[in-house]
Design a protein around this ligand. Sequence first.
Ligand code: FE2
Ligand code: FE2
Length: 283
Amino acid sequence: MENEKLINMLNRDLADEHAAIIRYLIHSYLEGEDSPLGAGLLSRAREEMWHMHWLGMIIGKMDGEPDLIPAPYPYDPTNRKTIFKSYVAYEKKLIPHYMKEADLIDDPHIKRVLQREAWESEMHAKKFQRTHDKLSPEQAQSLPGEENELPEIFVEKLQQVVAVKYTQMLQAIRDAWVFQGNGLSGWQIIDFSFTKMKQLAHMAEEVAENGLEPRLIKGNISTTTSIGVALKNSLESVQATHGLHADMKNDPEAQKHSGLMTNLDLTLKQEAYEAEEIEDRLK
Ligand SMILES: [Fe+2]
Ligand SMILES: [Fe+2]
């Protein structure tokens, strides 16, 4: 298969994995990540993150541009039973899809990745089926999510931070894939992306705890091929979110929630650390 065709094919798979991550994460946060249903969904979301990462690494190595627009994730939102049924169908469809793709590929690494995505999708289908079958009648007929208790203006503030941090995190993994040949810089960027995922999770959980879907909607992503430009952009971005978090810390509504304040303190320190690390690297 010629390179461009292969990159396009892998990018479509990347978009499918991305869609699954978002769906399972949002659902997990709405259930509560420490509830049995939420924990299972979070575990699936993490495995989808590996899948997305392997594909992104291959695309980056081939000098392709990763497509960070998630595909649609079709599901029937009527109740938990229909939702989990949709998840089973989604995962099942991917098994022959990935196997067919693997058959078209000669490169042993790419072939193995696609085959693994097939058998791990099969495992996901089985696990979702088991969850579906074990739902209590009450769970099966209802939906996750509590009543919103936060003022609308504060929720909007949280949602804005979620969307900006999500975009920043996606930019970091994109840069790590594209600049993987730059050795230490690539490693450092992927390391930063892990912290960003955690910071994102803190804010997204806060939104979901109030029964709302966290706004995992990406903004603009830079497709620069210069690592200097990428680092400069990421410094500006982390300084901007540091400002947003500092502003939130001063919000009287935020100060009513001690867990949120602790997470904000931690995030502010981490962002200052990251900014210093990038500044050093840019010297
Ligand atoms: Fe997957
Ligand atoms: Fe999956």
